[in-house]
Design a protein around this ligand. Structure first.
Ligand SMILES: [Zn+2]
Ligand SMILES: [Zn+2]
Ligand SMILES: [Zn+2]
Ligand SMILES: [Zn+2]
Ligand SMILES: [Zn+2]
Length: 327
């Protein structure tokens, strides 16, 4: 019933059949209805898997397209993000038949203000709108969209907006006034970790992800310091709360790093570590620089005892050797 793409003899997975017109050949292998367990599993699938499943046979295609409940939550994430257009988004959202609640567009550059507005006009009950790094959207357009949802007496309670160009304090004030807030105060701290920076989805309880950086006044992700000694002293707390352009943060612990420390804790990757975290890590046997944990896979000539050289030192040694060969 499922496409058997994982057969060992076929090196590249076979290209999926075109969505239209392939029904006859695909359904030939599938006799009868899809298994009930499979139908249940559809509810737990990511968009990409769901679309692949819908291509497997007619029964599944009907099950996927015919159930609006499956589409109340729509998450478009890489690698689909780069491909989704306004038209494709509208077609997917329409499967919810007006009941879309949660729309996550993670880094979708081809979705425009007009396209997104059309989607929310047909789905005014959207409560979650995540559009981080959707570079085709504008701050003005988003204010209009959120305004529309507010006027529809929708219940929009969570938005994710980081990476939207030219978002000003004014945009943020308006959006803040239009978001439904639960009774509990939204004083969640946001701690830096590379996942927040890399994964587009800062999926925590806060209503809005971005804030005005107290240091540069830009609207960005603003991180709180993880160091207890920073947070216990009131005026220092405000000094090291800021966006990642204003405050250098340790890749491992999320604590702030001052300039002096930064000079002494060089890494073989381009990240930053505080002295405490730097001291704990094994260093390159040539340049004495460690990799952060996230980049530890870049270690070369790794010995069983943990000694290694960094890529830069290895590349330098190789180029030096080849220079000698040339003579
Ligand atoms: Zn800043
Ligand atoms: Zn640290
Ligand atoms: Zn700090
Ligand atoms: Zn090195
Ligand atoms: Zn690193």
């Amino acid at each position: 019933m499922l496409p058997t793409t994982a057969t060992a003899s076929a090196p590249p997975p076979p290209p999926p059949p075109p969505a239209a017109g392939a029904g006859a050949s695909a359904s030939a292998s599938a006799s009868g209805e899809p298994h009930a367990a499979l139908i249940l599993a559809l509810g737990h699938m990511r968009l990409r898997e769901l679309l692949a499943c819908a291509r497997a046979c007619r029964g599944l295609r009907e099950a996927v397209a015919g159930d609006p409940l499956l589409w109340r939550r729509l998450v478009v994430e890489p690698p689909l993000s780069n491909r989704i257009t306004d038209e494709a988004l509208l077609a997917l959202a329409d499967r919810a038949r007006g009941t879309l609640r949660s729309l996550h567009l993670l880094g979708c550059p081809r979705v425009s203000d007009a396209g997104l507005l059309r989607v929310v006009q047909r789905n005014p009950g959207v409560t979650e709108l995540f559009v981080p790094k959707c570079t085709g959207l504008t701050a003005d357009g988003l204010v209009k969209i959120i305004q529309f949802l507010h006027e529809c007496k929708g219940n929009l309670s969570r938005v994710r907006l980081h990476g939207i160009c030219r978002m000003t304090n004014h945009h943020l004030d308006v959006i803040n006034s239009l978001i439904c807030r639960s009774s509990q105060h939204d004083a969640h701290a946001l701690y830096y970790n590379h996942r927040v920076r890399e994964v587009l989805n800062t999926d925590d309880g806060r209503p809005i992800d971005v804030d005005v950086c107290p240091l540069c006044r830009n609207v960005r992700l603003v991180f709180d310091c993880t160091r207890t000694d920073c947070r216990e002293v009131k005026d220092v707390w405000s000094r090291c709360r800021g966006c990642s352009f204003c405050v250098a943060r340790c890749e491992t612990c999320g604590g702030c790093i001052d300039l002096e420390e930064l000079g002494e804790t060089g890494l073989a990757c381009s990240d930053f570590l505080c002295m405490d975290c730097w001291l704990k890590l094994p260093k390159c046997s040539t340049c004495n620089r460690p990799y952060c944990e996230r980049h530890s896979n870049l270690k070369e000539n790794l010995s069983p005892s943990g000694e290694f050289t960094c890529q830069e030192c290895t590349a330098f040694a190789t180029s030096f050797e080849s220079l000698g060969d040339g003579d």
